[in-house]
Design a protein around this ligand. Structure first.
Ligand code: ADP
Ligand code: MG
Length: 453
């Protein structure tokens, strides 16, 4: 074991698994000169990060060892001499060459251009304001009118399909037309993460950082995606600070408030809370009707009042679902050549009126399935692969999955301690069988009706 390996193993015990994988796993021992260990890091970000964040940990790790200190380096010529092909040293050796900016676009590194990434359909003009989203809308407009003056960061959160992405694009587009010279960068957290990973791999972190840190406006959608992703959060943290310190506007969206996002590191959470946090609520009936009106109008379709009421009351919460219903109606009407009417709406959208889910318990399901197969609930939970039991059990698991919120591991536990992959296998099997087996399909339907009726 070389001296760096000794130190590194001590570090490993002190830091999280992710931190170790992100920062230390790809380092390499170079040599040792008069008590100083020389270590090769794969890129500059790693070197800087280790030096800034881990020096106390490293100092601790060195205690009791006969070394004076550690020097981190990137891309030295020493490593080139070794003629490694694919390891860290080899790629690190080429980092100087990679830093030339002309290479940027020629290797798949294609940062989203705002003009392309902002959807023109998502504008303020076609965003319907109601009591559920008026605060989010007002905050978004304030930011679009005077960026970095009103709320920074602006943090929009709420359930899926409620208009967060729409508002973010609207901000971007409004800024684009109000302040043509601003560099507006819209991205999703997912994209941010993938670009980062790509850039680390290809030694282009300088470009990545330049791209994001030179933004005047940074819009990051669905930030919850990076929860639990330590390295991405670290990178985003630095991006955030750099922009914030220079009074650049940051807008973030998420499916939940920062404090309700597990895996989000504390320092990001607190920064998100510096600015304004507004939630977007599910639309109320009135807003839904207004949205339907607007969308129908955009499509040049006339929506009778009773149809509007029907669609608005039958869709549950998200605007996306509302839109989906309308699109179906329009499609049906244009194919059949019949104008949209209430009868057609009831027919085409009957999935919306299907019995609203009633809470069904696993016990009830076991009872109903047991009655059908002449088995007791206890027998259905037995640890046996006899077909007289395993088949009904699979049916029961399938129904549990269909009719309750239970997770696969929960189902497994309930059915006598089955592994969740076994549960999944059972469910898939029934799902497949019922495609070809009409009797099974009917039986499932009738049991499900009994349970929900
Ligand atoms: P989220 O990002 O919150 O999941 P989106 O912004 O993607 O939701 O919205 C889903 C769909 O609903 C989009 O097509 C969007 O245009 C539409 N939508 C949401 N809210 C509104 C609104 N208030 N007015 C008009 N359309 C809306
Ligand atoms: Mg969205």
């Amino acid at each position: 074991m070389d001296s760096w390996e000794v130190v590194r193993q001590r570090v490993r015990e002190k830091v999280s698994h992710e931190a170790y994988e992100n920062w230390f796993a790809r380092t390499q021992f170079l040599n040792e000169e008069s008590g100083t260990i020389r270590v090769l890091t794969p890129d500059k970000v790693t070197k800087t990060w280790i030096e800034q964040e881990y020096s106390p940990v490293l100092r601790q790790a060195l205690e009791g060892l006969p070394y004076a200190g550690i020097v981190f380096e990137t891309g030295t010529t020493d490593s080139n001499n070794n003629n490694h092909n694919s390891n860290n040293a080899g790629t690190a050796g080429s980092s100087q060459a990679a830093s030339g900016s002309s290479a940027a676009s020629s290797d798949g590194l294609d940062f989203a251009k705002p003009a392309l990434s902002l959807n023109p359909k998502f504008s303020f003009e076609n965003f319907v304001v109601g009591s559920s989203n008026q605060f989010a809308h007002a905050a978004a407009q304030a930011v679009a009118q005077s960026p970095s003056r009103s709320y920074n960061p602006l943090f929009l959160y709420g359930g899926t399909g409620l208009g967060k992405t729409h508002l973010m694009h609207a901000i971007g587009r409004a800024l684009q037309s109000n302040y043509g010279s601003l560099r507006i960068v819209y991205t999703t957290a997912e994209r941010f993460m993938n670009e980062m990973i790509h850039c680390i791999r290809t030694e282009r972190m300088n470009l990545f950082q330049k791209h994001y840190r030179s933004a005047d406006i940074l819009l990051v959608d669905d930030i919850q995606v990076i929860a639990g992703k330590e390295r991405t959060q670290e990178e985003f943290f630095h991006t955030f600070n750099e922009l914030f310190d220079h009074q650049k506007q940051i807008v973030i969206s998420s499916d939940a408030a920062p404090k309700n996002t597990p895996g989000l590191v504390e320092r990001l959470r607190s920064r998100f809370e510096w600015g304004l946090m507004v939630d977007v609520q599910p639309p109320d009936l009135e807003t839904k009707m207004a949205i339907l009106d607007k969308k129908a109008g955009e499509e040049g379709v006339d929506l009778p009042e009773d149809v509007r009421v029907f669609v608005a009351t039958k869709t549950k919460t998200s605007v996306r679902e509302l839109e989906g219903a309308l699109v179906k109606l329009i499609a049906y009407s244009s194919v059949s050549g019949v104008a949209i009417n209430i009868g057609m709406a009831q027919q085409v959208l009957k999935h919306l009126t299907a019995s609203p889910e009633k809470r069904v318990s696993m016990e009830q399901i076991l009872k109903v399935v047991g009655e059908r197969f002449n088995l007791t609930p206890g027998q259905l939970k037995m640890k046996t692969n006899a077909r007289q039991i395993s088949y009904p059990r699979q049916v029961a698991m399938y129904l549990v999955r269909e009719l309750t919120q239970a997770s696969l591991p929960e189902i497994g536990r309930y059915f006598g301690g089955k592994h969740h992959t076994t549960v999944l296998h059972s469910i898939n099997k029934i799902d497949e069988l019922k495609q070809s087996d009409a009797t099974l399909s009917r039986m499932l339907q009738s049991m499900s009706d009994t349970l929900q009726g």
